[in-house]
Design a protein around this ligand. Structure first.
Ligand SMILES: [Zn+2]
Length: 761
């Protein structure tokens, strides 16, 4: 009998075998296809077939990044500051995930969208970020996903593949002779035998790829290409784009490499018939592999320069032999390997400075000289640079219009920062903090990275004093929300209105200068770890006080540079939030009770003081007294309750009831009183005020405080019924509505009482 383990290991071996054979099949699928079939494919699926490296890369990014959302769009003032989800592209299935915040995601996606416009092709894209910003992780993951994409059906791209018909070209000249020589050499057991015996003359076809990965369409001679494609590509939207848009200009403008050109010319001379030449051209799927430097190459600063040309002597020998001349020079530079591919420089220093300068020349001319021939280079050049290494090229004037810089600063979004902590330290850290506290920890880290100056924000918020209860004087707390694409609820209607398109653009433009100082991405993990180790083993949850104390002790660290009032205001804002939560949790909402109260009031104000009437809607009999009306008015007005406001409320409610509610909505439109505008407005006001004052009876109640501390113990049973009900209700609501656990719920309730927050706000 086989044991379970044996069966399992057998299954695993089988799985590995299937995997291997799939890989082989994948290779098989790269079988060359005759030029005719390729043309058929082109006419059937031109969007997929006609893609240069920029278009392919663009499609790759959009394959992994779904269409973003722009929450601002509701008011026609959106500026394309979109919420993109880059997780599949940059973190999923990556050894070391990269998390992009909304600012960087927008910058990156705008850049990628330019790839499809065809205007930015002869450029070097340099991502500039301070050490510890994760830029090399970003690039590694990006290239990893590119490689993965090119192996999918939708990521296919094609190159020229030559398949020279040996018989049609009159066979190899020296084949027989060669065989003889090899035999002879072997006999003599001489060492040179090794060299010559490699020559393995094929029987039917001499096959090889264009080392420059020329797109097969380029093999159609340039003067005939337009006419030819005019007939090949079916009418429609794509054809319009192909013939008119700048992004497809390459199809008509580019020429094949010198190797392909010289082969085509020689074949034409020999065969005298273009169709016979085309019969020897095939298309083959490009194979991208970073490890082998196929289509993707990444150079580190220490990698020595490679100046030598690459060649394949045996192939060269056979080409010369078959074509019976030496017009084809099968030699190319290492740049050929990434033509129609990606070439990346990790850090512009040491040898990579030389490389950058060389590429700059190539990009400017679009041509690279190899011996006497010219290589046309169509490569996506990407580089990474630390700000201090920019000295290697910023002063060179001609570089400025060739280099496109993309800032990749430290993360400026506290949610992203939290996502990084949970990724590195495990999800479980989330349960060791009171809700909101970990985000606030991240906000302090982010604050060190932000500039204190905020001219655009200050232009917008012209009277920041009105928010002084929970906004720091540098407006960092507001800035963080805006950079996340959110407009805080506590802003006034006026200020929200003033945040129009132009203002939004100004505020976001400022972000280009941010995130280059303060606690780096790498160091923030260290800081978090230090803080977390101090508190992880306590039997309570981590609080704002813990965070505050920790950063107070760090004040002297050079990179912990936050404005004096920042942490203070952060805590104020936190206090305000948790107070609302606790109020919300204890507030007992009885919809029927409140609705009946309002309906009875609307009924009663129609009668004289002293009347006794039955309200048919609620079934209640009401004795209309001054006290009856005043009690209701006091409850709905709350803090603003005075004899004057009471009178005004009664008068306005009566007027609206008579002129609108009763005559229009109830009589004409046939609405129930509960569905009228007036009723809804009163209901809103009533519940808001009840909630606002929900905690008032308990704020100074020592029994209430003790009952919270005793919650969950046998001691709790000794309190009176109403108190027990309210405390339980509050603790349960804090858990179900705001994500606390039981310990956290009691902890935050006590926090609110001990800091006397009901009186603070
Ligand atoms: Zn070529």
């Amino acid at each position: 009998m086989e044991t379970f383990l044996e069966i399992q290991s057998k299954a695993k071996r089988l799985e590995a075998l299937i995997h291997l054979s799939n890989n082989i099949m994948e290779k098989e699928k790269r079988m060359p296809i005759p030029f005719n079939d390729f043309l058929y494919l082109s006419s059937k699926n031109p969007e997929l077939v006609f893609r240069n490296i920029y278009q392919l890369f663009h499609d790759m990014v959009h394959h992994y990044v779904p269409e973003g959302k722009d929450e601002f769009s509701r008011d026609n003032e959106h500026i394309g500051f979109v919420d993109y989800d880059t997780s599949v592209l940059l973190s999923q299935d990556c050894d070391d995930p990269f998390f992009s915040d909304r600012l960087f995601a927008n910058r990156f996606m705008n850049l990628i969208n330019d790839f499809r416009k065809g205007s930015n092709t002869n450029r070097i894209y340099i991502f500039e970020g301070p050490p510890g910003s994760g830029k090399s992780t970003f690039l590694n993951n990006l290239l990893h996903k590119f490689e993965e994409y090119t192996k999918k059906p939708e990521g296919v791209s094609y190159k020229t593949y030559w398949r020279l018909d040996i018989e049609k070209l009159g066979g190899f000249q020296s084949k027989e002779m060669q065989k003889y020589r090899i035999e002879e050499e072997k006999h003599k057991e001489k060492k040179e035998a090794a060299n010559t015996s490699i020559l393995n003359f094929p029987e039917k076809y001499l096959e090889f790829s264009c080392p420059n990965h020329d797109h097969p369409v380029l093999q159609i001679p340039k003067p005939f290409r337009r006419q030819f494609l005019e007939e090949l590509i079916p009418e429609g939207e794509f054809k319009q784009k192909m013939f008119n848009d700048r992004e497809y200009e390459w199809i008509f403008k580019d020429v094949p490499c010198s190797i392909c050109s010289s082969i085509a010319k020689t074949l034409m001379d020999r065969l005298g018939d273009p169709l016979a030449v085309f019969s020897m051209i095939n298309a083959r799927k490009n194979y991208y592999n970073r490890q082998l430097g196929e289509g993707i190459s990444v150079f580190n600063p220490g990698d020595p320069l490679c100046r030598e040309n690459l060649s394949k002597p045996s192939l060269q020998y056979m080409i010369n032999d078959l074509l019976k001349n030496d017009e084809v020079n099968y030699s190319f530079s290492y740049l050929a390997k990434t033509n129609n591919g990606v070439l990346a420089l990790m850090d512009i220093k040491e040898y990579n400075v030389e490389r950058l300068k060389a590429y700059h020349g190539i990009i400017s001319d679009g041509v690279h000289k190899v011996d006497l021939t010219e290589e046309y280079i169509r490569t996506l050049f990407i580089g990474l640079v630390n700000p201090e290494d920019k000295i290697h090229y910023v002063d060179i004037k001609s570089f400025q219009d060739r280099i496109i810089s993309v800032i990749i600063p430290y993360v400026l979004d506290y949610n992203t920062e939290v996502a990084i902590y949970t990724e590195k330290f495990n999800e479980s850290i989330l349960h060791t903090f009171l809700p909101g506290v970990l985000s606030n920890f991240a906000k302090i880290i982010i604050a060190t990275r932000l500039e204190n100056d905020a001219p655009a924000l200050k232009k917008w918020i012209n009277k920041p004093d009105k928010y002084s209860k929970y906004l720091d004087k540098n407006l960092l707390l507001l800035k963080m929300e805006i950079y996340n694409g959110k407009i805080p609820e506590w802003l006034s209607e006026d200020d929200i209105k003033r945040f129009n398109k132009a203002m939004r653009k100004d505020v976001l433009a400022q972000s280009e200068m941010e995130g280059r100082k303060g606690i780096s991405g790498r160091r923030s993990l260290w800081v978090f770890n230090e803080f977390y180790s101090l508190h992880r083993n306590t039997n309570r949850l981590i609080t704002m006080d813990d965070v505050k104390k920790y950063f107070e002790n760090k004040k002297d660290d050079a990179d912990v540079d936050v404005p004096d009032d920042f942490i203070e205001k952060l805590i104020d804002l936190y206090d305000y939030d948790v107070l609302q939560q606790v109020k919300d949790a204890i507030y007992f909402f009885n919809k029927k009770h409140i609705s009946d109260d309002i309906a009875n009031y609307l009924f009663a104000i129609n009668f004289e003081i002293g009347d006794t009437k039955r309200n048919e809607t609620t079934g209640d009999v009401i004795v209309v007294t001054e006290e009856y009306l005043e009690t209701f008015e006091a409850r709905i007005l709350g803090k603003s309750n005075t004899p004057t406001t009471q009178k005004a409320l009664r008068r306005e409610t009566f007027n609206e009831y008579v002129s609108d509610t009763l005559s229009q909505e109830i009589r004409l439109e046939g609405k129930k009183v509960f569905d009228t505008k007036l009723f809804k407005a009163l209901f809103d006001k009533y519940t808001r005020n009840l909630k606002e004052n929900a905690l008032a009876p308990y704020a100074k109640n020592e029994n209430f405080r003790r009952a919270i501390l005793d919650y969950g113990t046998s001691q709790f049973q000794t309190y009176d019924e109403r108190l027990k009900r309210d405390v339980s209700y509050m603790i349960e609501n804090l858990q179900s509505k705001f994500g606390y656990n039981e310990i956290g719920a009691t902890q935050v309730s006590i926090y609110v009482l001990d800091k006397d927050l009901p009186n603070k706000y």
